[in-house]
Write a protein that binds this ligand. Sequence first.
Ligand code: DAH
Length: 362
Amino acid sequence: MQRNTEVDISGSSFVHVLDQLLEEGLEDIRTARTVDEIEQARIAYLGRKGKVAAHMASLPSLPAEDRPQAGQKANAVKTELTQALQEARDRLEQQAKADEEAGFDPTLPGRTPWIGGVHPITQVQDEICSVFARIGFDVVAGPEVETDFYNFEALNIPQDHPARDMQDTLYISDSIVLRTHTSPLQIRTMRAGMPPLAAVAPGKVYRRDADLTHSPMFHQIEGFLVDTQVSMADLRGTLTYFVHHIFDSQTRVRFRPSFFPFTEPSAEVDISCVICGGSGQTGNEPCRVCKQTGWVEILGCGMIDPAVFTAVGYDPEAYTGFAFGLGVERVAMLKYGIDDLRLFFENDLRFLHQFQGPPRTL
Ligand code: DAH
């Protein structure tokens, strides 16, 4: 007698194998997602050359007394699979009907999610940092929740001093604040090392302020350089380089005397208006950005005050340095001619895509 190689000869293991086959078949039918897949499952299990048929064919090779039970089992498996196939078909049909009623077409390609882009403020921030990195500045970061010491005291802004009123501060507790500027990074960086050092510190800052041109959260970049014999000429040269690389080489730079507690002397820096080219006119209209002056303020700066060096433990007789602080939103608005600060924070995609190119998918 010919022996079927696929099927074990004893009756009980025949039944066992059929149980397994049934389980496999039910699983395949359960996971079938299309009419096609259901049909494939039918052919694989119940087709003329299918798995059940193969087992049926081997029935005669079983011991005679096992055959009736084995035969019954094979028929039961066949019935159960047939039933499962029918149910799967019904299920798909119902689903198709429901999809159609809901206006859903499963044959359409799916929607791939958009991948995000870099926010315009971050783009400008990165660009400014890389302009400074090219001339040897490190890029450093620090906490947004800052102590009174780093945010004020060490920067020569003592408690109860009127200079504190320059910045409307959000307090966490008596001695902990949301940093009002990135200047604390001067202190943190100087305390962590010794001159010569040069760094820019980008990041978020917070003030109790909100209107057309002020947001309670905005971005600053602090820059500073400490060495021996640093002069205001170095400061001016560095800032001119920065302005020429962020705007264009035609942009003029001027210093105006000013006051900051942590610099002496201090200056505010204006650049020739990037909207009207410094003429004060756009066409026949007065330029709205520079209010016809031809100049726009861009940052504050100065020579680091000896009191700051003392606060970080440097010898103020040995070291000199300069510092500057600029608002990233302000630079971005001037660079791209944007007149409403709120656009940066509303996250309207029509605005963001102008900086990020058309939406991209994975
Ligand atoms: N920290 C100042 C502010 O937020 C900006 C500033 C001005 C920073 C002059 C400086 C500087 O380093 O020298 O108003």
